[in-house]
Design a protein around this ligand. Structure first.
Ligand SMILES: Cc1cc2nc3c(=O)[nH]c(=O)nc-3n(C[C@H](O)[C@H](O)[C@H](O)COP(=O)(O)O)c2cc1C
Length: 296
């Protein structure tokens, strides 16, 4: 079981102690060129979560490789690098440039960013190109905003992904109480936090059943109980996002709470919980046929 941060929700260089409380640190998504992101305001609070429209603000791959990555490598925590692009070739190029860097443990392909068609064919194409460009383990980060997420996960698996990270945010809108104009300058933004949890759980549940791939589950995790539910749905590892803004001590707290939850369940090790939600209880038909056998 690993506890990671969700991409974009922790800056390890300004908060190294929090980063070291994780089993691995995931970077903000890096793109080929530097990006300033969208105009402010780009964060809004909503019921049971928040909206963001950061717009992949990052220094770009050149500066990331020369300045950021060497410093991340000195933190003493495993580093996962999240990459994003606007064409398949961008992903291949980013992976190629990360391939020989010893600081990088895993590359996370953010295929859920704007201007990249979120359709199975495109995800398969991106993963295939990334796979050909690097020997590093690849995790593909999926969007929940798709008709059939298991189909997308299968396309990523077929193209050679080693694991799945899920889910990214889903579009939401908040209106200003007085003006009734959107709170975010861009209009809608990505919804994260507790409101996302049932959607994320459904996605993990479906993709575990379809692929059996290792999954990093995320979406509204704030407690050990939440983490336990993701493990039961099929994610042996979890990532913390929005909760880190209000409770930077969440990784340690959730680890303790999770251990307590496992103890109370009386199932032994955490490994015994992975995918437990898929275990079939006796269904109504079995019960009725048993009753029929008894009465007949
Ligand atoms: C402020 C903010 C910035 C984010 N930036 C990224 C990003 O750069 N790349 C990415 O893949 N996901 C990004 N995400 C999505 C998170 O990694 C995560 O998938 C999502 O927030 C759901 O988890 P949570 O409900 O625990 O926050 C961002 C989320 C937030 C709130």
């Amino acid at each position: 079981m690993m506890i990671l941060n969700a991409s974009g929700c922790l800056d390890a260089l300004t908060a190294p102690t929090i980063a070291r409380s994780l089993d691995a640190f995931v970077t903000k998504t890096v793109t080929p060129l530097p990006r300033e992101g969208n105009a402010p305001p780009r964060i809004a609070e909503v019921e049971h979560g928040m909206l963001n429209s950061i717009g992949l603000a990052n220094p770009g791959i050149d500066r990331f490789l020369s300045h950021t990555l060497p410093r991340l490598g000195e933190l003493g925590v495993q580093v996962w690098v999240s990459v994003g692009g606007f064409a398949t070739a961008d992903y291949a190029d980013l992976c190629d440039r990360l391939d020989d860097r010893p600081e990088v443990a895993v590359i996370e392909l953010n295929v859920s960013c704007p201007n990249v068609d979120d359709v199975p064919a495109s995800v398969g194409e991106i993963v295939g190109a990334a796979r050909a460009a690097t020997r590093k383990p690849l995790y593909t980060k999926l969007s929940p905003a798709t008709a059939d997420i298991a189909e997308v996960a299968l396309a990523a698996q077929k193209a050679g992904t080693d694991g799945l990270s899920m889910v990214n945010t889903i579009l939401g809108l908040a209106l200003d109480g007085r003006t009734l104009r959107p709170c975010l300058s861009r209009g809608a933004g990505g919804l994260s936090g507790p409101a996302l949890k049932p959607i994320a759980l459904a996605a993990v549940y479906a993709c575990y059943a379809a692929t059996g791939l290792p999954i990093v589950g995320m979406g509204g995790i704030t407690s050990g109980r939440d983490a336990l539910e993701f493990v039961a749905a099929g994610a042996p590892s979890v990532a913390l996002g929005t909760i880190l803004f209000s409770d930077p001590t969440a990784p340690g707290r959730i680890r303790v709470e999770l251990a307590n939850e496992i103890g109370q369940l009386g199932v032994g090790e955490l490994d015994n919980v992975i995918g437990l939600a898929h275990a079939k209880p006796p269904g109504p038909s079995e019960i009725s046929s048993r009753t029929a056998a008894v009465s007949g």
